[in-house]
Design a binder for this molecule. Structure first.
Ligand code: FMN
Length: 169
């Protein structure tokens, strides 16, 4: 029987949802059935044989609804294989400062549960998708360049690794 993978994401401007959909597509091609849901809407995770968590990073922090999801469902999440990805911009420019930041992004999750696979993936900045405050921070303070920095090869490679680990666990 096909294993069910629940893919739970938390996004602010949509990129993490789109990456979650891509991960789901690759897992389906690898023989899993998938269910993709926003963290705020998940009711039950009892039918999941494995879970993928995906979260955007803002101001160095994971989205709070993902942390709430993990705390709420911790008892089940320690019984099934869990993989997680964070979506950010720091990973696209390899500086010592960014490397340090990127290395720590998933730590709050890893304090709660163990992960069979993890990735920090490059996301996107579209000013038109941001609220007034976020746009001000990004344009005027951080001066981040607008663009889509997703790397489909990295997403595919990681999803393939997740499929392999879920198959063997
Ligand atoms: C207000 C704001 C704060 C951000 N803070 C960070 C950060 O601390 N580190 C980082 O690497 N990227 C940061 N980013 C970039 C986002 O992680 C990136 O745009 C990501 O693709 C957002 O995912 P989402 O579209 O799913 O919300 C920030 C973006 C915004 C708009």
């Amino acid at each position: 029987m096909r294993k069910n993978v629940l893919i739970v994401y938390a996004t602010r401007s949509g990129t993490t949802r789109e990456i979650a959909e891509t991960v789901a597509e690759i897992l389906r091609k690898s023989g899993f059935s998938t269910d993709v849901q926003p963290a705020k809407k998940v009711r039950s995770i009892e039918s999941a044989d494995a879970v993928v968590l995906g979260t955007a990073v803002r101001m160095g922090m994971l989205m709070p609804e993902v942390m709430r999801f993990v705390k709420k469902h911790r008892n089940k999440l320690v019984e099934v294989p869990v993989a997680a990805f964070a979506v950010c911009l720091a990973v696209k420019d390899d500086t010592p400062e960014n490397r340090k930041a990127v290395a720590g992004y998933l730590n709050p999750l890893k304090k709660e549960i163990s992960l069979v696979s993890e990735a920090v993936l490059a996301g996107a900045i579209h000013y038109a998708r941001l609220g007034v405050f976020a746009r001000f921070v990004i344009q005027k303070m951080v001066k981040a360049q607008e663009g889509d920095f997703r790397e489909i090869e990295k997403i595919t490679e990681w999803s393939t690794d997740v499929a392999r680990r879920f198959r063997s666990s």
